[in-house]
Design a protein. Structure first.
Lengths: 104, 82
């Protein structure tokens, strides 16, 4: 069976960039970083989650989950962030905003 | 189904796994974080997005500037394990 050109190309795991923000340095620039309180750390450790080790920098810091839409000029056009990590930006809304940018 | 509907289902399911005392600490930490005023420090609409250079999944350095040269950018900060 003939292989499609796609199959012969280098595997491309993501259609978007996945970037590693070591030390939460960029999250810091966007004002998103906080440190987990001690009692919450104990609970996470009981769950087997060692954030300090996962972070690789010994800190218990995380970003507030957030979504920014940035226009071609580098200006922030939309922000969606919530301290409640069980609430995330709705992808359909992001698409609407991008379509709005394309029309403007 | 929206993403939030899926997340709400997951949150309900987690209640059977996570003891009430632990859930109370988790909820309080969210409330405290909200009360800390962190949201007043988050980058806002109309501001210039702070530039950055970060390694991508292949280890290549990627800058916001070069991404913007290709078009508008959706920048998502998330937490979790996979």
């Amino acid at each position: 069976m003939a292989r499609t050109p796609r199959e012969t190309e280098e595997p491309k795991p993501f259609a978007y960039e996945m970037l590693r923000d070591s030390g939460n340095q960029v999250a810091e620039k966007y004002g998103l970083v906080f440190t987990l309180p001690d009692d919450l750390r104990e609970i996470y450790l009981k769950f087997g989650i060692d954030l300090a080790r996962g972070n690789g920098d010994g800190t218990w810091r995380l970003p507030v989950p957030a979504r920014f839409v940035i226009d071609r000029q580098g200006s922030i056009r939309a922000v969606d962030a919530d301290p409640d990590y069980t609430r995330r930006s709705e992808p359909a809304r992001t698409v609407e905003i991008l379509e709005g940018l394309r029309r403007s | 189904m929206t993403l939030q509907e899926k997340l709400d289902t997951m949150r309900e399911a987690s209640k059977t796994r996570i003891p009430p005392e632990a859930r109370a600490v988790m909820q309080r930490s969210i409330d405290d974080l909200r009360a800390s005023g962190i949201m007043t420090r988050v980058a806002r609409v109309g501001q210039t997005a702070p530039d950055f250079v970060l390694p991508n999944a292949s280890g290549r350095s990627v800058s916001l500037k070069e991404l913007l040269a290709r078009g508008p950018v959706v920048l998502s900060f998330y937490r979790g394990r996979w």
